[in-house]
Design a protein around this ligand. Structure first.
Ligand SMILES: [Zn+2]
Length: 149
């Protein structure tokens, strides 16, 4: 408001010293215009404060939505229902029993052994299981038996 106040002070000083009536009339018109400007200025300031508040609200909302977007962009967890047993992963069938296969705990690919006496191994990543093919057969039979009981 500094500049407006300066003009108000100056016009008042002029109005007090002026002798010419025409000039005094013009000065009065200027003083009225200044008063109107002051009112306008005050309402702009009010609006400004209101907008700053609104802006802060919107910035918070943007921040919240950006976080939400980041969350949604994270890769969805695979829906496969793996169960861990003996350090290996097993997959359930829709009826709740287990598929006759063990899955790699590292890359979740099916593991296998060339012969029943060979230890299970994951072909893609070479992770070794801690049981052989025959033990796997027995383990799955056991796991499915335990389900029923
Ligand atoms: Zn693997």
């Amino acid at each position: 408001m500094g500049a407006i106040k300066d003009v108000v002070d100056l016009t008042e000083k002029l109005a007090n010293s002026v002798k010419d009536r025409k000039f005094a009339g013009d000065l009065l018109a200027i003083q009225r215009a200044i008063a109107a400007l002051q009112t306008e200025h005050a309402s702009i300031q009010e609006k400004d404060i209101e907008l700053m508040g609104k802006n802060a609200e919107l910035q918070q909302e943007v921040h919240r939505l950006q976080q939400k977007i980041q969350e949604l962009q994270k890769p969805a967890q695979p829906k496969e229902d793996f169960v861990e047993q003996n350090g290996l992963l097993f997959k359930r069938k829709p009826d709740g029993s287990f598929h006759h296969a063990a899955y790699c705990p590292r890359c979740k690919m099916p593991m296998g052994s060339k012969f029943p006496e060979f230890t299970l191994q994951c072909p893609p990543c070479n992770t070794m299981g801690n049981i052989n093919g025959r033990q796997l057969d027995n383990l799955i039979i056991e796991m499915n038996k335990n389900l029923k009981s």
